[in-house]
Design a protein around this ligand. Structure first.
Ligand code: FAD
Ligand code: UDP
Length: 390
């Protein structure tokens, strides 16, 4: 009898498995229907010996010391600040839009102060700001919106930015200085030996058993367990009772190029043309030395594995119906990007999982038969919500 069955070995499931085994001393079975741990953050050396991310580029960044310290128990880090260029009619320009982006694009020599005036002269008065179109057009005007955001978003989501919540394009800031980093978080780094090695260390515990290529539907009645942590799609858990929640998918095209470098930065975005949204070159992220280089092209698709919840009001309303069912489900905890239908980054999922663990500690007595001595005092994160994590 397992005290916990954890469905999904990504960040949400692995953090909870680690905390439950290490702090509560309870027996955990963690399963995944894929043939590996790590969820979407899984990385692996390809057949040419280059470290690649099977599900697209994953760059770790957070403002939360607690989250960084927690993960630092399982990995060393390689400092890495992510930079992205956008291909605008063959010209590679920094995104997020900054002073250099505008000066290079329009052949100007504006100062930061002048750039603010430039934005104001082009910005459209929109009130209230509701959509992913509003938020950009109200800040930088229509031309920059159309060049950098409209096409990319239509490709990525299969929807016009006017049909998406403002939260989506708000992820990408606009700057009047020359800071060309994609993120400005306090901690920005890549796991030194990769994500998969970090996950293996998290799950290395005598109370944790890992079972791969196992689907919850098939094993839930076969393997005795007391409680469940579910990190898969919440609509699937409830057999799509209210209909399907939309998730956006991607097709990844991975390749090795027999040259040492392909592009000047880790990611180049293609907002205006091509069927793919971006090309990633992993050596920039991993710092790996190798005569060849590995790339991934991302092609957005309707069908396929669920990667992105789609932030718009009608989907949130449908999710709320499932959330009500989840609240009423005894002894099942829903955690992670798919189970809580939130467009969360890795650090936010870690924060959410740590907060859930605190909740479990408050609500669930440790299983009978676990000797008190088996309970270790690990780090005890406070009940800070995941949304304040990054
Ligand atoms: P997942 O990683 O999706 O793990 C859930 C696991 O559950 C999966 O492995 C799945 O196989 C398994 N599962 C589901 N249902 C079942 C079932 N019924 N039975 C058994 N197993 C099941 N975040 C960042 O912070 N920085 C980035 O740069 C970044 N880049 C990203 C790029 C892409 C292309 C994508 C798609 C996401 C990116 N993210 C990034 C987000 C990051 O991937 C997620 O925040 C994180 O991986 C979510 O972890 P999770 O555990 O909630 O879900
Ligand atoms: N986006 C865009 N152009 C860009 C980069 C981003 O239009 O060059 C929009 C797009 O809608 C994207 C969203 O901003 O989905 C969030 O971008 P982010 O890089 O955070 O996406 P992710 O890494 O999660 O795919």
């Amino acid at each position: 009898m397992f005290d916990w069955l954890i469905v999904g070995a990504g960040f949400a499931g692995s953090v909870l498995a680690e905390r439950i085994a290490n702090v509560r001393g309870e027996r955990v079975l963690i399963i995944d229907r894929r043939d590996h741990v790590g969820g979407n953050a899984f990385d692996i050396y390809n057949e040419d010996g280059l470290l690649v991310h099977r599900y697209g580029p994953h760059i770790f960044h957070t403002n939360a010391q607690r989250i960084f310290s927690y993960l630092s128990r399982f990995t060393e880090w390689r400092p890495y600040e992510h930079r992205v260029l956008a291909d605008i009619n063959g010209q590679l320009l920094p995104i997020p839009i900054n002073l250099d982006t505008v000066n290079k694009l329009y052949g100007l020599a504006l100062t930061s102060g002048e750039l603010e005036e430039f934005f104001q002269s082009r910005a459209e008065a929109i009130d209230p700001i509701r959509t992913s179109e509003d938020v950009v057009v109200a800040r930088v005007g229509r031309d920059l919106y159309e060049k950098f955001f409209r096409g990319y978003t239509r490709k990525q989501w299969g929807l016009d930015p006017s049909q998406l919540d403002k939260a989506v394009t708000s992820r990408v800031p606009v700057r009047t200085n020359r800071d060309d980093r994609y993120f400005t978080d306090r901690f920005q780094a890549m796991p030194k030996q990769g994500y998969t090695a970090m996950f293996r260390r998290m799950l290395q515990h005598r109370k944790i058993q890992v079972l791969l290529q196992a689907d919850y539907r098939e094993i839930r009645t076969v393997i005795p367990h007391r409680r469940v942590v579910f990190t898969g799609p919440i609509d699937e858990f409830f057999s799509y009772r209210f209909g399907r929640l939309p998730y956006r998918s991607l097709r990844f095209e991975h390749m090795t190029k027999r040259q040492s470098q392909f592009q000047p930065v880790g990611v180049v975005n293609y907002p205006l043309d091509r069927d793919y949204t971006r090309i990633t070159e992993y050596k920039h992220l991993t710092g790996q030395h190798h005569p060849w280089t590995a790339l991934t092209y991302e092609y957005p698709t309707e069908k396929g594995d669920p990667y992105y919840p789609v932030p718009r009001a009608e989907n949130q309303a449908l999710y709320k119906k499932y959330e009500d069912l989840a609240r009423a489900a005894d002894d099942v905890w829903f955690v992670g990007r798919l189970a809580t239908y939130r467009y969360y980054n890795m650090d936010q999922v870690v924060g959410q999982a740590l907060a859930t663990f605190d909740e479990i500690e408050r609500q669930v007595p440790v299983a009978a038969g676990v000797p008190a001595i088996a309970r270790k005092t690990g780090i005890r994160p406070g009940a800070e919500s995941a949304d304040s994590a990054s």
